[in-house]
Design a protein around this ligand. Sequence first.
Ligand SMILES: [Zn+2]
Length: 183
Amino acid sequence: MHGGGCRGGPRGGAGAGAGAESEGREGVSPGPVPRVGRVWPIGVRPALLRGWEPPATPYGRGHRGVDLAGAPGVPVRTIAEGTVTFAGQVAGRGVVAVDLKGTGDPPVRTTYEPVTAQVRKGDQVRAGQRLGVLQPPGGHCGGVSCLHWGARIGEEYLDPRSLLPPWLLRRGASRLLPVWGVE
Ligand SMILES: [Zn+2]
């Protein structure tokens, strides 16, 4: 067997004008989060009971969401249009998750708990549509009734308030400034 396939010649020096496109992206960077939110998930000007406290390490302790005050039984709404990807129980609490439309791939997933769901997995929901009602407090906010609202892209959590436009942020739960660029 002879190695016949050697075509020799060094590659022609196509240096000039060869459009070498180098995309400067290394790894996936979430970039700016689209401010697709149209309403707060609860109430009109919900009080912030606990803010966003990302853990220092992926396995560290922190608070991957925000806690908004609200009475048991009040409606919990999706902040934007999307698809219900989960509605059920997790460790005894009702949880609803909604993937938001037009937020990329993977999409932004928002979660709401503790909520007695009135939607089902696969439902399409409009901004502000009711997902269910807030359940009685389960101790997450020290006995005070609250909604834990979370958001993530893939496995990366973000401050869910970063999904809301500035005019909505000014109207409620703005005790803490939004945190950008965490991690
Ligand atoms: Zn919480």
